[in-house]
Design a protein around this ligand. Structure first.
Ligand code: ADP
Length: 357
């Protein structure tokens, strides 16, 4: 009988490429825990995000490659994920959060909050630990959209008094709305916004998170500035509607994030564009045009769908209320694209080189 070796398995797996990182899965360190018992081969593939869009493809290719080794009678692959991030950097405000992803828009009413909520739920459903921070001073709507009726508990901890986030649909939630009394109108001035955002990051028991999604107010004001200055953002997802004018507003927002980058100590990457309410009264395709003109990826296209709106009002995001709908599928694809983009940028910064070269 031909004896199969771990070196043969690794050599075969070198033929399997991660299409986003442009490296083979052995070089990337994804292949782990190889066990060989006569012709039976078992191993794990550890991806950089559980929301990996090519998980099934990589598994199938790895299976095929190892099956072709002479003497192999069975192949068993366990797919796991470990989100890599900057957690080890010991960053002060949220030391255990690997990636902070801001969801922004040039103007209000484009579905930024709806996208934030469904993106968070989709990432959580893939198996990631996810938090959602509602920093929209003009209308903190996430408690309603997530069906949160309680207020967070306040807890004494060794590092001070902290808020305990609510858990809604598998996502940890904190909203600026929790800090306000509903009957009081607030006129937010810059320093107040800055201190509220700092509080929502640092005075909350977020715990270990793979992704913290931050729903920013529209435009790029004080909340964005505080985020940019206080924490290393993994990137910004820009939501827009499909019209041409929306693209112009979106590119202004991108230009403003570039200006904000200069006030922090590193560049804020824009992960890409989401076209929301596609196919409705606004038509479709503007997202791709805007993405191309700004030289960034189109991360997703979410259809106009009245059930998305109804789901938000009912406190059960469309991802869960109608999981088989076209909109839910689009949100899942968006989450996969965002997670993949973050993985690529993390890998590039670890290696100090762009993966495309
Ligand atoms: P923003 O945060 O940009 O102000 P919201 O997420 O609050 O926008 O969305 C504005 C309105 O549009 C809400 O009533 C929401 O339910 C609705 N909406 C958002 N996305 C969609 C969609 N894809 N299809 C239908 N209605 C949507």
């Amino acid at each position: 009988m031909v004896e199969v070796t771990a070196d043969q398995v690794l050599a075969a797996l070198k033929s399997v490429q991660d299409p986003d990182l442009h490296r083979d899965i052995v070089t990337l360190g994804f292949v782990q825990n190889i066990r060989i018992c006569e012709g039976a081969v078992a191993f794990s593939i550890q991806l950089t995000t559980p929301a990996c869009p090519v998980k099934d493809l990589l598994k199938a290719q790895a299976h095929q490659a190892v099956s072709e080794i002479a003497g192999v009678t069975s192949v068993q692959i366990e797919m796991t994920a470990q989100v890599r991030g900057r957690a080890a950097s010991g960053e002060a405000l949220v030391p255990q959060v690997r990636h902070i992803i801001a969801v922004a828009s040039g103007k209000g009413g484009v579905g930024k909050s709806t996208v934030s909520v469904n993106l968070a739920v989709a990432l959580a459903q893939s198996g990631a630990a996810v938090g959602l921070l509602d920093a929209d001073i003009y209308g903190p709507s996430l408690p309603t959209m997530m069906g949160a009726h309680d207020k967070p508990l306040i807890k004494e901890t060794p590092t001070g008094v902290k808020m305990v986030p609510l858990t809604c649909h598998g996502v940890l939630l904190i909203s600026l709305g929790f800090l306000l009394s509903p009957d009081k109108a607030v006129v937010w001035r810059g320093p107040m916004v800055a201190s509220a955002v700092r509080q929502l990051l640092g005075d909350v028991t977020w715990g270990a998170l793979d992704y913290l999604i931050v729903d920013l107010p529209p435009g790029t004001g004080d909340a964005s500035l505080t985020l940019a200055q206080q924490v290393p953002l993994s990137g910004v997802v820009l939501v827009m509607t499909p019209q041409k004018l929306a693209g112009e507003i979106a590119s202004k927002a991108v230009a403003m994030f570039d200006v904000l980058s200069e006030s922090g100590d590193r560049k804020i990457p824009i992960l890409g564009v989401v076209e929301n309410m596609s196919g409705g009264v606004f038509g479709h395709g503007g997202g791709q045009v805007a993405a191309t003109s700004m030289n960034m990826p189109l991360l997703g296209t979410i259809p106009m769908d009245s059930s998305v709106c109804a789901a938000g009002d009912d406190g059960v995001p469309a991802m869960l209320a109608s999981p088989a709908s076209e909109a839910a599928q689009a949100f899942r694809a968006l989450a996969a694209a965002v997670a993949a983009r973050v993985s690529v940028l993390t890998y590039e910064s670890e290696q100090g080189v762009p993966t495309s070269t």
